[in-house]
Design a protein around this ligand. Structure first.
Ligand code: SAM
Length: 289
């Protein structure tokens, strides 16, 4: 059984050949072939026999198997139908795993948690398909789901953008978006050699600690302001906000910035989340909303 663990490159190759499986690059199919990383992801999730786990994109079941060994129940959502006969074989020994066919961006996660994962709270653990990393993260953190923790492997460069602080080149709307809802941390970086096929980029395992109390602000206005500010990140905040879809003229933006105690010559990348919150709270007083 031991040498038959799914992270053995020899076994992965054998099983893929036997089923005539062809990787679909556009689905971000890079399967793990390193036992240490598979264990590390599961360990970081602190998965115990009490836990309900939601996995996104099980592939041939490599991480799923590790999660099934540790969790009470695992539900994994996979888009590629061609993987289902393989998963039937590789996860045959585990009666605490359920694979659902679907697109994670389209399925009703709340319903799945309620109907198949005892209502949660669930731990989300996944080696994400990289072409949809941001929309998946957005769905997980915005939808007010009963999620206890999120441990995901993503592209290293995206992980650095997520954790970036103000005054840093990588700081931008993604950093603000994720930090609005969570406290993110990079756990380890992972070389491309642990995947089959080998991707072009390195990866990182990150944890998103969901905030219990979100900042009190109108989110629609807040994210509109952030988007407008970073759409022209080289300009001063005065110029970017006054030439944006917010429909404000320069005098109005000046007034807002003064009230919010933000220097007129600041740029988007100099502003903290709290500064964008201050701007967003001041805007409605202009009577344009
Ligand atoms: N978990 C496996 C592993 O670590 O070896 C596979 C990870 S691979 C990076 C990403 C997986 O997500 C693939 O199996 C792919 O088919 C699946 N996938 C891609 N897009 C998806 C989507 N929109 N919804 C659900 N699964 C998706």
């Amino acid at each position: 059984m031991k040498d038959k663990r799914l992270y053995s490159p020899k076994y992965v190759r054998e099983i893929l050949n036997r089923y005539g499986f062809q990787f679909t690059k556009s689905l971000g199919q890079n399967f793990l072939i390193d036992g240490n990383i598979v264990r590390k992801i599961s360990e970081e999730g602190n998965i115990t026999k009490e836990d309900y786990v939601l996995e996104i994109g099980p592939g041939i079941g490599t991480l799923t198997e590790e999660l099934a060994l540790n969790a009470k129940k695992v539900v994994a959502i996979e888009l590629d139908k061609n993987l289902f006969p393989i998963l039937d074989e590789t996860l045959n020994n585990y009666n605490n795993v359920e694979i659902i066919h679907g697109d994670i961006l389209k399925v009703d996660i709340d319903k799945i948690i309620k109907e198949k994962l005892a209502g949660g709270p669930v731990k989300v653990v996944a080696n994400l398909p990289y072409y949809v990393t941001t929309p998946i993260i957005a769905k997980l953190i915005e939808e007010d789901l009963n999620i206890e923790s999120i441990i995901i492997m993503i592209q290293k460069e995206v992980a650095h953008r997520i954790i970036a602080s103000p005054n840093n080149k990588q700081y931008g709307s993604l950093s603000i978006f994720v930090n609005f809802y969570t406290n993110p941390e990079i756990l380890i970086t992972v070389p491309k050699t642990v995947f089959m096929p080998k991707p072009k980029v390195d990866s990182a395992i990150i944890r998103l600690n969901l905030k219990k109390d979100l900042p009190q602000v109108d989110r629609k206005i807040f994210f509109q302001v952030v988007k407008a500010a970073f759409s022209k990140r080289r300009k001063t905040i005065l110029n970017s906000l006054s030439s944006s879809s917010l429909g404000l003229d320069k005098e109005q933006v000046k007034e807002v910035l003064k009230t919010s105690n933000i220097p007129l010559e600041a740029r988007a990348e100099n502003l903290k989340i709290e500064d964008f919150i201050k701007i967003s709270k001041t805007l409605p007083s202009l009577d344009i909303y």
